[in-house]
Design a protein. Structure first.
Length: 753
């Protein structure tokens, strides 16, 4: 269902954070978030269905029943009157797959962001009628003509114990509630009593006609129909043959020939909305998120897609045994889901020593791996202080940008509050802060996470076709899935040569491990692992007997670097909590001495299989290393010059574009102040683009200005070089203009004489 918003005034949906120019700010990436749209539509439905709260709960979800619908953020189209070349340029900027046929989040990423204006408010003294001291508030607001958002079904409709639609609500009943709730939405955001946020909504499909209104009127009436009947039609919709929708199978992709019993697929997840992947609650705000996508989260998201298409496994066990067996193959046996990381992020092994309080860049770059020591000392050679062991966290491992900058680029914080239904104001004490992974990089590109999925060779053709047949899977990861978490999943088969030729974490080569004479290995966990002794009691180290069986040679555990944690979870299929298990944390490292060199096939099998229990749920993933861990080399910086272009070329091009905007002198003054502020610790920002006199900039010029102002800290000398070159261009242009005027004046005088 596509809903069109028509704005009748400016609006502001605040982030809860201030910046250097305003106390109340708007999120440029998501001006109208999905959570606001869902909350407003739910409030509208509650007003329109005062006698049927159970209908509202079935459509919008309850604490015990997830919502089967997903809201996208609103995306804006370009304003009317743009020239053709601008529209073409906007189309060229679209991310691959960004069209309405492939999901709302993709089109949202390719949309047009309206300009932001500032509004100042003061509080008046009721006695004197003048402004009170310290009561000036500057807030951002946004103006637009129209926007659109979508509501799509991503989960099965709720059923009762007799496997019938809950409260007799068929899908058409859900759509009627959603369409009427959207039509009843007339305001959004803050400042509604001051004239902001007035809107109207309409839907094209379903159309708000007399038949739909009659259906909704029957739903809104007090319950007076027989149990099990549809509130709108009085009849229970007939189920499809077999009790569930049948699966449409597509021909499976050709499986690459491999020398082992598994097939490896490179996995790429492209985020389309913020991903809230909450960690174990710590009892404090904010609710933290993982810095990567755990394999268990990917498995759960794929299982949700499968259940939405075929039904829950407990019902399929008796009605469709073939589909039930397919579910077990995909999520309980034949497929292993490994963690996925953003570019430049890795799990740092616990055997790694680093300087805890670096005094300079040399201290910050120092790394020593105790599993394969090079210097043989645990002291930093530069400051002579003891090194600190890594805690096994997922961290930015490239030294191109600081850890704080990388974290700010990856993780965002969102403030939310609960609105009092009676007063339409914030309720006291109900303020929530949640972290989420940003869907876009600071350069505006879609954020990707990469990893692996391993599939056993005995998997059925039907299960493999479901997993790998589509070009991409539309997933919703983490929490708040009805208003966020949108992502795309793509799988690419990898040949065995590609797997055996390089390590999965980039720190060692499996070719080194395959070589003759390798008798010492380091196992590094990339996800938590559940180890038990022969009696079934939990352990934080692997069983050497199991390792000896897998490697085919006697194994001795020489040293280990471990931490432990307790991990639970929720079984969505059974609607029950999972048992809390004692696990060895990700990053734990185990140094093994082998009696004889193992066979390369056994090493590959161990890396693909993992260790411990519940491996199909994402636990026990590992890498095998024979050399010391070192940070991988950083990739090319965003915006780096292409091959054949130097930094000087970039500086000249940037300065030339700034001069061609017609605001070169103004940009020069702003750039001086900005470089000074950045050198004193200020954060990067491009808020100057919101100035009214820059509204006429072409999209290409705006992107160039934003790229210049968002350069990382280590490129401040590049910014200063741009400033110097821009100043030289302006001075040269001024001299040329003066010479031209002088020549024109001389020529005129000569003509008069």
């Amino acid at each position: 269902m596509i809903v069109t918003l028509a704005f009748h005034s400016a609006f502001r949906i605040g982030t809860g954070n201030a910046d250097g120019t305003a106390h109340a700010t708007i999120d440029r990436d998501t001006p109208v978030p999905a959570s606001s749209l869902k909350g407003l539509m739910r409030a509208s439905a509650e007003r329109l269905l005062p006698y049927r709260p159970e209908v509202v709960g079935a459509v919008f979800g309850t604490p015990r029943r997830p919502c089967p619908w997903h809201w996208s953020p609103a995306w804006f189209g370009p304003p009317p009157g743009l020239p053709t070349e601008t529209e073409q340029e906007l189309a060229e900027r679209r991310i691959d797959g960004a069209n309405p046929d492939q999901g709302p989040e993709a089109e949202y990423l390719a949309g047009f962001t309206p300009p932001v204006a500032l509004r100042a408010r003061v509080r008046l003294d009721p006695a004197t009628g003048t402004a009170l001291d310290d009561h000036l508030v500057i807030a951002e607001e946004m103006s637009a003509a129209t926007a659109r958002f979508t509501v799509t079904r991503t989960g099965p409709l709720p059923l009762d114990r007799d496997d019938q639609p809950l409260f007799g609500l068929a899908e058409q009943d859900h759509l009627a509630v959603l369409a009427c709730a959207a039509a009843g939405l007339h305001e959004l955001g803050a400042g509604r009593r001051r004239g902001l946020g007035w809107v109207s909504c309409h839907t094209a499909q379903p159309h708000l006609d007399d038949a739909l209104l009659a259906r909704f009127d029957r739903l809104a009436a007090p319950l007076n129909h027989a149990p099990g009947q549809s509130a709108a039609t009085g009849q229970v919709p007939a189920p499809p043959p077999g009790g569930r929708s049948t699966m449409t199978t597509t021909p499976p992709r050709p499986v690459p020939t491999t020398g082992s019993t598994v097939t490896v697929y490179d996995t790429v997840v492209t985020a389309r909305q913020p991903l809230a992947l909450a960690t174990r609650p710590a009892g404090t705000a904010p609710t933290r998120t993982h810095r990567h996508i755990p394999g268990s989260v990917l498995r759960g998201a794929l299982a949700t897609v499968w259940i939405a298409a075929h039904g829950t496994p407990d019902r399929l066990q008796s009605t469709a045994p073939g589909l039930y067996a397919q579910f077990l193959e995909l999520f309980e046996g034949a497929v292993r889901y490994e963690p996925l990381y953003a570019p430049g992020w890795q799990t740092v092994p616990m055997s790694v020593l680093r300087c805890k309080y670096p005094r300079n860049q040399q201290c910050a770059d120092w790394v020593e791996d105790e599993a394969f020591p090079l210097a043989g000392s645990s002291l930093c050679p530069h400051c002579k202080h003891p090194g600190a062991h890594s805690k096994g966290a997922v961290e930015p491992v490239h030294t191109q940008a600081s850890a704080q900058e990388s974290t700010r680029d990856l993780v965002s914080q969102t403030l939310r509050l609960q609105i009092d239904d009676g007063t339409a104001t914030a309720e006291h004490g109900l303020l929530f802060t949640r972290e989420a992974l940003r869907p876009r990089t600071r350069d505006g590109e879609a954020r990707t996470f990469t990893g692996r999925i391993t599939v056993q060779s005995g998997i059925s053709a039907e299960a493999l076709a479901w997993l790998t047949g589509p070009g991409r899977h539309r997933l919703h990861l983490g929490g708040r899935r009805s208003t966020g978490g949108g992502a795309d999943l793509q799988l690419t088969p990898v040949t065995r040569a590609g797997v055996s030729g390089e390590a999965r974490e980039g720190t060692s080569s499996r070719g080194d491990a395959d070589g003759p004479g390798v008798r010492r290995l380091a196992l590094r966990l990339t996800s938590p692992a559940l180890f038990t002794d022969p009696c079934g009691l939990p352990m934080t180290v692997p069983d050497t007997g199991e390792l000896a069986t897998l490697l085919g040679v006697p194994v001795t555990l020489t040293q280990s670097w471990t931490r432990h944690e307790h991990i639970g979870g929720w079984n969505a299929a059974a609607n029950l909590p999972k048992p809390v298990e004692l696990t060895a944390s990700a990053g734990s490292t185990y140094l093994l001495d082998l009696a004889d060199p193992p066979q390369p096939e056994r090493l590959a099998h161990l890396a693909d299989r993992g260790l411990g229990l519940r491996r199909t749920e994402g636990f026990g993933s590992l890498t095998i290393a024979t050399t010391a861990w070192r940070p991988p080399p950083p990739p090319a910086a965003p915006g780096a010059a292409p091959a054949g272009y130097s930094d000087r070329d970039r500086v000249e091009a940037a300065a030339r574009i700034l001069a061609q905007t017609g605001h070169g002198a103004w940009f020069l003054n702003e750039l001086r102040a900005y470089i000074t502020a950045r050198s004193q610790g200020a954060e990067r920002n491009a808020t100057l683009l919101d100035r009214p006199h820059l509204a006429s900039l072409a999209p290409g010029q705006r992107r160039t200005v934003e790229a210049i102002w968002m350069r990382p800290d280590h490129e401040l000398p590049l910014l200063d070089a741009i400033r110097v070159h821009l100043e030289a261009l302006l001075r040269s242009a001024s001299i040329t203009s003066a010479d031209t005027e002088r020549a024109d004046g001389t020529g005129s005088q000569g003509g008069e004489q």
